[in-house]
Design a protein around this ligand. Sequence first.
Ligand code: UN1
Length: 503
Amino acid sequence: MTESRAEIPTYGNFIGGEWVESTGGGTFTSVNPADTRDVVGRFQASSAADAAMAVRAAEEAGPGWRRTPAPKRAEIMFRFASLLAEHKERLAREMTREMGKVLPEARGDVQEGIDIAFLMAGEGRRMFGDTVPSELPDKWAMSVREPLGVAAIVTPWNFPIAIPCWKMMPALITGNTVVWKPASDTPGSAALLVELLDRAGFPAGTVNLVTGSGEAVGMPLVENPDVAVVSFTGHVETGRQIARRAARRLTRVALELGGKNAIVVMDDADLDLAVDGIVWSAFGTTGQRCTACSRLIVHERVQDDLLDRLTRRVLGLRLGDGLDPATDVGPLVNAAALQRVAGYADLARTEHTVVCGGRPATDRPGLEHGHFFEPTIVRDVRPMDRLAQEEIFGPVLSVIGVPDYAAAVTALNQTPYGLSSSIYTRSVDTAFRAMRDFRTGLLYVNAGTIGAETHLPFGGMKQSGNGHREAGHAALDTFTEWKAIYVDYSGRLQRAQIDNQPE
Ligand code: UN1
C-alpha cells in the first residue's frame, strides 16, 4: 500500500485539553511493520519545552481533580471504560497496523485496558485505608491515601493500550494528573486512546499527551521538579538511567523492566499441554512481551520427545500481516529489532544448535516489506550462556536440558531478571516446591509465562523492576502517599508510648 504525503493524517500533542503542534514544529512518522510503505500517521517531534508545558497544564488541573470526590472521578472512568469497549475493534485494528501483533492479540490488549479501567473505576468507591484502635483512650486512628501530584507516564510499544491504561487508570482514580509520553513506534494508538479519554469527560489538563523521543521528552519529564512520580515500562538500561536522574530530586520512580522468563518442563508433565503453552508464550506477540518465554528448561528424560513435538508445531506457524486471519506470528516492531534478533541467531549458529528458524523471512513472497523473522528454537544452551542471559525480545527460544528439579531451579533463578516463570508437572509436590523456589513476581503452574490478569499484582523481582507492582490494588501504592491521622477527643494531653504504660 502506498499513500501520498497529503493523505497521511497528522496528530498533535494533547495539552490542557487542546490538540496542539509542538513548539519546534518538527514531526516524525509511524509506519506499519508488516509493510513499511504504509504510513500510519505523522506525529509531533516534541522537545523539553513541550514537556514543560504539559506538566504545567497537569499542575493547573491538579487541585480541582484532587478535590473531585473519587466516586465522581470514577464516573468518568466508567464512561471511558465503556467507550473503550465500544471502540475495541477499531483500536485493535489500528494497533495491529501500527505495531504488528495479530488481531486477536490486539483485541486482548484493548480488553486489558477495558478491564483495568473498570477495576480502577471501582476503586473510586473503595480505596481502603485502615481504621484501627488507638493505644490511648478517646483517640481515633486511621490512614488515608493521598495523590502525589503530576504523574509522568512513559510507555512501551508492545502493549500500546493495555500498559498506558495500567498506569493512567490508577494514577487518575487516586487524584493525580497525568503527562503521558508513548513509545515512538505507537503514537497512533496513543492518540486514539487520548481521544477517548477526552470524550469520556476527563477535565482539561488531567490527561496530557506529548509525543517524541525519550531523550527529548521522556528525560525532561523525569527531571521536571513538578513531576511527583514517574512510571516507566521498557528496557532495563533506560530504567537505570531514569532512576539515576530522578534520584537527584528523590522523585518516586516505578519501573517495569525486562525479563528472561522460563518454562520448566518436568519428566512427569503432559507434554502436549506444555507444547501449547511454550508456543503461545515464546512466539505469541512475536516474542515481544516482557513476560515472553525465552528459555525452556526441560528434564533430559523428555527433552527429545518434547523438542520433536514442539518443532513440528513451530514449523507450522504462519508468518504474515497480523490483520490476516491466517497469520499466527506477525512482524517484529522495526528494523533495529530485526537486526538485533538476527544477531542473536548468528550467535546461536556459532555456539549452539539451531533446531528451526534462525533467519529473517523477508525474502518470502508478501513479506518483503516487513520486519519478519522466523520463529526460532536453539538447543544445547547452558544457563550462563548469553542466549540464556540476555533479553532478546523476539521469537527465539533457548533450550536448556537439566537432569532434575534442583538443576531446573538453579537454572531458572540464574538470571538478573525475575518477572515470570512456569512449571509443567503432574506432581502436586513439585508444583508447590516451584511456587516456593522460583524467584519471579509472576508464576504459572501448567500454563505458559504470559497472560497476567489485571486484578492481580503485576511486576518482577530482581532487575525486572524496582519493587513496585502494577495492576491489582497494589497499583494504588505507586500513585499515592499514605497519611496517618490521629484524632484525640479526650480533652487532655495524651502521650503515646508513655502514658497508659505500667510504671
Ligand atoms: C508486557 O509484556 O509488558 O501477562 C506486559 C501478559 C500480559 C501483559 C504483558 N497480560 O503477558
